[in-house]
Design a binder for this molecule. Structure first.
Ligand SMILES: Nc1ncnc2c1ncn2[C@@H]1O[C@H](COP(=O)(O)OP(=O)(O)O)[C@@H](O)[C@H]1O
Ligand SMILES: [Mg+2]
Length: 285
């Protein structure tokens, strides 16, 4: 499913002393099948933006189109929209509430009024997708580890079979291993289920290897949309808008400043090594 954001503005608490314009002039095109990474510093408006993608927030002005249909229009079935565009909040484990893992994951499909057999199938499928042992189904979600609880919350959204999966900082608060694992899983769902993915992250390096499109949000609006490598090659733009430059890119920049002709737009350690060896060996550029 393609998503188009047009002239989006969002003002919190309008007309009060606490009025805050969180987004302005946001224009964005997320093509079907993409893995779109939304990056930017804290407080820039990323969470506000993604809550518009499934109609959870209403724009102060502007429009959101899903496959060309304006979901800000009157008479739109927002329940259906939220089923097609699954939104996973930051720290989603805080919203678990059922007595068992199974019931928590089954909550959405049950609300859709699906037959019992299909609900059971969807719960089993979702647990497998997030890597939860089926033996945990009868346990209380509150007795699980933080990482497991997050997977239960993710499974609840996957059980709705969304066409678009929107994840707000899915790796926040996890240790480095948990972080890599969750992002790798999301990349697998994108690749194997053909699901359109939108991931919010304040660290570009976590999502860079998987992103087909990067959107840089800062101070309430979009400052870059395009390929990840083009952004990585533009350290000045990242710094200008307060986005942390990935450490490997900084390394390459500093080697370059010392006269080694490396290209700084690297995605991972392997690419970094290859690029340094190429520059030292004077191989083809
Ligand atoms: N519910 C709210 N009420 C008032 N202001 C808010 C609310 N949520 C976010 N904001 C403000 O809007 C701005 C953007 O916030 P947010 O979208 O959460 O940014 P990010 O996700 O990039 O950290 C911030 O200045 C934040 O303080
Ligand atoms: Mg946020």
């Amino acid at each position: 499913m393609s998503i188009t954001v047009e002239g989006l503005e969002h003002v919190y608490l309008p007309g009060t002393p606490l009025e805050k314009k969180a987004l302005h002039d946001v224009n964005l095109e997320i093509p079907t099948g993409s893995f779109c990474a939304i990056v930017g510093p804290t407080g820039s408006g990323k969470s506000t933006l993604v809550q518009h993608l499934n109609g959870l927030l209403r724009p102060s002005s502007g429009h959101i189109y899903l496959d060309g249909v304006d979901i800000t229009a009157r008479g739109i079935d927002l329940r259906r929209v939220r089923q097609r565009v699954g939104l996973v909040f930051q720290f989603p484990e805080q919203q678990l509430f059922e007595e068992t893992v199974w019931d928590d994951i089954a909550f959405g499909p049950r609300n859709l009024g699906l037959p019992a057999e299909e609900i059971a199938q969807r719960v089993a499928m979702a647990m497998a997708l997030v890597g939860l042992d089926q033996g945990l189904a009868s346990r209380s979600p509150f007795g699980l580890s933080g990482g497991e609880m997050r997977r239960v919350a993710l499974a609840g959204v996957l059980a709705m079979s969304p066409e678009v999966l929107v994840l707000d900082e899915p790796a926040a608060g996890l240790d480095p291993r948990g972080r890599d694992e969750i992002i790798a899983r999301v990349a697998t769902w994108h690749r194997e289920l053909g699901i359109t993915v939108v991931v919010v992250s304040h660290t570009l390096e976590d999502v860079a290897p998987f992103a087909t499109q990067v959107v840089l949000v800062a101070q309430g609006t979009v400052h870059y949309t395009g390929p990840v490598r083009k952004l990585l090659a533009n350290g000045e733009l990242m710094r200008q808008w307060g986005l942390d430059v990935p450490p490997l890119v900084e390394l390459m920049e500093s080697l370059r400043a010392r006269g080694l002709p490396v290209r700084p737009a690297v995605l991972d350690v392997q690419e970094t090594v290859t690029e340094i060896l190429r520059a030292i060996g004077g191989g083809p550029s």
